[in-house]
Design a protein. Structure first.
Length: 156
């Protein structure tokens, strides 16, 4: 027995067995893999990844994988992404994505911290700046000598 189906605006006849395999199977098809492969955009180990996809990925997981992959690709530089087969094998689509985009509050807090550090550094540097001698604020050499003599006599 054959069934007439329409895929991508093309009508075709397929066997009843193929129909059940195509529509009732819990396995995703190769088109979904190719779509994910293009989206992931790290071309390593395609044949191994395709084998893993065919044997272990369930159709119910494909939507979640696609959504997570979109965010993962945006927030992770290509060189730091896991190889595709490892991403699937370790079910990374369930992992948290650490976003590199900061919220407005976080950015403002970071700026305040930077400004505080700059102010402290400026204060530290200005504390050690050369200050010219001012006779009204500083003791003369004779006065310093007298102070030291008194101090020595007290601790003898």
């Amino acid at each position: 027995m054959f069934v007439k189906i329409k895929i991508d605006d093309k009508e075709q006849w397929i066997s009843k067995e193929d129909f059940f395999e195509l529509f009732l199977s819990d396995k995703p098809n190769n088109n979904q893999f190719e779509e994910w492969w293009k989206l992931y955009n790290k071309k390593r180990g395609k044949s191994e990844t395709l084998k893993y996809w065919g044997k272990n990925i369930k159709l119910c997981d494909v939507g979640e994988i696609m959504e997570h992959t979109k965010k993962y690709v945006i927030n992770t530089e290509k060189q730091f992404r896991k190889d595709p087969v490892r991403y699937l094998r370790y079910k990374c689509w369930g992992d948290e994505i650490i976003s590199k985009v900061k919220t407005k509050d976080e950015a403002e807090k970071e700026e305040v911290k930077i400004e505080d550090r700059r102010a402290k550094e400026l204060a530290r540097k200005s504390a050690f700046k050369y200050r010219p001698y001012n006779s009204e604020e500083h003791a003369s050499a004779k006065e310093v000598g007298d102070i030291l003599k008194n101090w020595k006599s007290k601790w003898k």
